[in-house]
Design a protein around this ligand. Structure first.
Ligand code: CDP
Ligand code: CDP
Length: 204
């Protein structure tokens, strides 16, 4: 049964984690949690003046629906609060409970396969060159009406990647048992197919 089947999808900024996770969840009929949204919601509250730990402890459903959660400013703030061990600890139970509920789950983030769900049945590390990732994020932001340059987006992506990789607590890195998918030269359909193939291999 799929009662406890958990799929962990991690990787650097704008690698395609969310896109792949949504498609994989739809394919298997599993629930999906974008854990980056939790850190973005905390980061957004901090930009409004709240203390990071208080924001993490008071996180509520309406905070996850903020319209500006996708902005580069919020992303930067998210990666700054994400280095604080107490903030990560405050968000842990919610993520683990989500993974455990019946029906199978896909979680995407930075530390799902390493810290949140180390026993996940399938782990995928999605990556792509920084240039490709920044180009994809730039196109998204421009389509959403943002006035931003490609250079700014690239700088944001590189700064967050470095902060996420270099932190002591739950750094960004592939789990030892993760399958890495480099999407630099893959379109969405090809990337999703590669992920489903890797997951099917673990289900067999
Ligand atoms: O969740 P994450 O930040 O890792 O990335 P995403 O939001 O899923 O993908 C970032 C952008 O890249 C989206 O606009 C996707 O449509 C696009 N993308 C793509 O063009 N080709 C892929 N193979 C994967 C994603
Ligand atoms: O969509 P994108 O990949 O650009 O970012 P995100 O997944 O929404 O994550 C925003 C920030 O939250 C990251 O840069 C990390 O610092 C942090 N994060 C984390 O530390 N652990 C997670 N499981 C998810 C996100």
């Amino acid at each position: 049964s799929d009662a406890a089947f958990t799929i962990a999808i991690d990787g650097p900024a704008a690698a395609g984690k969310g896109t792949i996770s949504k498609a994989v969840a739809a394919h298997f009929g599993f629930r999906h949690l974008d854990t980056g949204l939790l850190y973005r919601a905390v980061g957004a509250q901090v930009l409004l003046g709240m203390e990071p730990l208080q924001a993490a402890q008071r996180l509520s459903a309406d905070m996850l629906e903020g319209a500006n959660l996708r902005s580069p400013e919020v992303a930067q703030s998210a990666s700054r609060v994400a280095v604080i061990p107490e903030v990560r600890a405050a968000l842990l139970d919610f993520q683990r409970s989500f993974a455990r509920r019946a029906g199978g789950a896909v979680l995407d983030g930075r530390d799902i396969g390493t810290v949140i769900c180390p026993d996940a049945e399938a782990k995928i590390f999605v990556t792509a060159s920084a240039d490709v990732r920044a180009r994809r994020r730039f196109d998204e932001l421009v389509a959403a009406g943002a006035a931003i340059s490609f250079e700014q987006v690239l700088a944001d992506v590189l700064e967050r990647d470095a902060r996420d990789r270099d932190r002591a607590e739950a750094p960004l890195k592939p789990a030892a048992d993760a399958v890495t998918i480099d999407t630099s030269t893959l379109d969405i359909e090809e990337a999703v197919a590669a992920a489903i193939k890797a997951i099917e291999a673990r289900r067999a």
